[in-house]
Write a protein that binds this ligand. Structure first.
Ligand SMILES: Cc1ncc(COP(=O)(O)O)c(C=O)c1O
Length: 393
């Protein structure tokens, strides 16, 4: 079977590979705890589910406009506008099948072959392949754990490639949980604006920022430079709606039109029922987010204290999302020389699934998700520690 070259060179998703291995072991009767999850362990709020049921009961089951029903686009515009206390036009928004799909559409609409996209590492696994699919060239900018995996304009300047077209920022970050303050984000975007580099700000974890840190956003920059900034967000993380597939973007109306053309020739509108649920999520009560945030702060503190007590392990304190990204290379050995070997050993020996740091651009680290209850989390961490001890001996 001949498969297109651009697909053959696409790496398989590391997170899916870990989950497949974990499922294989579970099918053999092994008890597996997954710390590889990328979704909140909370239910979608009841009022959101009710809105979906109502949509179904009222027969709201037909095609909708490709960029989304106007009421939802208005709610999305109001969400983005709320960040800057300013009204924004719905023509600058559209909804897609998840933040991932919004990013995909954006990159397809923006990139010409060979255009370079700056991607700070550690990065979310899907960024480089998405850039590749849009025929762009990912340019990875390393960061250091000592600086909380955050970059400065000087770091960007050092790696500034010719044909730089886009800078892809993500705060709070998957996989590190580290987060740019508004001042830090402003410095990076200001640098990009001066060099005519387009900024995509992936703010999917914006509701999961932990005090005293505060959410930061590129929305004000979009208002100033609407043709050079786009902001991506969605409801997967904030409203525990990963399976519903709903994300959205704020961008120049001309760029939105280009993205609508792409989406119109591929997936068309997001599921009509999901759009009604998303409308309820954006315009209804938000208390569930606060409860989720409190639980994540507690678990972050528990997991961080445990992991940092392991010999040679270093991990910055994340200000958001639900991941820890510690440096684990102190445990590397001849038989366990990298993060993939480490994760395989931990999974096989003690049944805990983790994602190798190599998948996120830093092979010295491993990603731990703490989106599961306190007791299971602590049990899993103890098991990991046991596996590592055995690995060393
Ligand atoms: C950094 C980041 N951006 C975007 C997404 C996309 O989420 P979704 O497509 O579920 O909205 C994820 C999901 O894991 C993510 O971690």
């Amino acid at each position: 079977m001949r498969i297109a070259q651009k697909i053959r060179s696409l790496p398989p998703s590391a997170t899916l590979a870990v989950n497949a291995k974990a499922q294989e072991l579970a099918a053999q009767g092994r008890k597996i705890i997954s710390l590889a999850v990328g979704e909140p362990d909370f239910p979608t709020p009841e009022h959101v589910c009710r809105a979906a049921k109502d949509a179904l009961d009222h027969g709201f089951t037909r095609y909708t406009p490709v960029p989304g029903i106007p009421a939802l686009r208005q709610a999305v515009a109001a969400y983005f506008g709320g960040v800057a206390s300013q009204e924004l036009p719905m023509e600058a928004t559209m909804v897609s099948n998840g933040g991932k799909h919004a990013l995909y559409n954006l990159l397809q609409a923006l990139l010409d072959p060979g255009d370079a996209v700056f991607i700070p590492a550690p990065y979310w696994v899907s960024y480089p392949p998405m850039v590749q699919l849009a025929q762009g060239e990912p340019v990875i900018i390393p960061s250091s754990l000592e600086n909380n995996f955050l970059l400065s304009p000087e770091d960007l300047e050092r790696t500034y490639p010719p044909k730089a077209r886009v800078l892809l920022l993500n705060s709070p970050s998957n996989p590190t949980g580290c987060h740019y303050s508004q001042d830090e984000l402003d410095a990076l975007i200001g640098w990009a604006m001066e060099r005519d580099v387009f900024v995509i700000s992936d703010e999917i974890y914006d509701q999961l920022v932990y005090p005293p840190a505060r959410p930061s956003s590129a929305v004000r920059w979009w208002i100033k430079f609407p043709d050079r900034v786009a902001v991506v967000n969605g409801l997967s993380k904030s409203m525990a709606m990963t399976g519903w597939r709903i994300g959205y973007v704020l961008a120049h109306p001309d760029l939105i039109k280009a993205m609508v053309r792409i989406q119109g020739q591929s997936t068309s509108n997001v599921c009509s029922i999901v759009q009604k649920a998303a409308l309820a999520a954006l315009s209804g009560p938000m208390e569930s987010i606060g409860r989720m945030r409190e639980a994540f702060v507690r678990r972050r503190d528990l997991a961080l204290a445990t992991i940092c007590s392991w010999p040679g392990v270093k991990c910055p304190k994340p200000d958001g999302a639900f991941y820890l990204f510690p440096r684990m290379d102190a445990f590397f050995s001849k038989t366990m020389p990298d993060s993939a070997a480490m994760c395989t050993r931990i999974l096989e020996k003690v049944g805990v699934a983790l994602v190798p740091g190599a998948a996120f651009g830093d092979d010295r680290c491993v990603r731990f998700s703490y989106a599961l209850d306190d007791e299971t989390l602590l049990t899993a961490l103890e098991l990991v520690r046991n596996a590592l001890d055995r690995g060393v001996n």
